[in-house]
Design a protein around this ligand. Structure first.
Ligand code: ITT
Length: 198
């Protein structure tokens, strides 16, 4: 048995693999298929883009496939970068994205730097007519300096006031316990075994 995670993002792949270890199925990601062509994310919502990715990969491999479309919604920026989070500053470059976010928030005081991470997962299976769709959200503040070396993307700027740490200063297990993606994966885990038709 095999499940594919339709992602080329190594940070996402690591988080999924950490949760889905020691199972009765093998987990693969698009990092195992470096020649898989770029999937154009032409949707206008996280759910549409996750659906596009899940179906492109499911059709190619004829295997159950989970896609994650996620991003950061910053209140002071009216929800940007949102679905454009990966390419906020042009190419997919985490350091450039973080620098652009800091410059756009220049002068905004801490109490107005509220934001949330969103993750929408779409699970598509050749034997199932309907997809499973779940969503997780996680709120925090955008700091004024990147801190921490763990995680990926905007994690070094995403400050958790209760822990007095950024998302890049906690372990992958701690992140999975609380994060948008961790919450979405938990919702998926409650449903997928009854839904899937191996
Ligand atoms: P795939 O489409 O191949 O999965 P991607 O990185 O292009 O990879 P998205 O289009 O969903 O995926 O973009 C998500 C972006 O949102 C990601 O590149 C980060 O910049 C940001 N992001 C999502 N989850 C995050 C997390 O847990 N921590 C930090 N940044 C995150």
């Amino acid at each position: 048995k095999e499940i594919i995670i339709a992602t080329k993002n190594p940070g996402k792949a690591r988080e999924f693999k950490r949760v889905f270890n020691d199972q009765e199925f093998t987990l693969k990601t698009l990092l195992d298929f470096p020649d898989f062509p770029e999937i154009r994310e032409t949707g206008t919502t996280f759910e549409e883009n996750a659906t596009i990715k899940a179906h492109a990969v499911m059709q190619r491999f004829n295997l159950p496939t989970i896609a994650d479309d996620s991003g950061l919604e910053v209140d002071a920026l009216y929800g940007r970068p949102g679905i454009l989070s990966a390419r906020y500053a042009g190419d997919h470059n985490d350091a450039a994205n973080n620098a652009k976010l800091l410059s756009e928030l220049g002068g905004v005081p801490m109490e107005k730097r509220t934001a949330q991470f969103v993750s929408t997962l779409v699970f598509a299976n050749p034997n199932n007519e309907k997809d499973l769709v779940v969503r997780g959200e996680f709120k925090g503040l955008i700091g004024t300096l990147p801190q921490g070396d763990d995680g990926f993307g905007y994690d070094p700027l995403f400050y958790l006031p209760e822990l007095k740490k950024t998302m890049a200063e906690i372990s992958i297990d701690q992140k999975n316990q609380i994060s948008h993606r961790g919450q979405a994966i938990k919702k998926l885990e409650q449903q997928w075994r009854d839904w899937i038709n191996w």
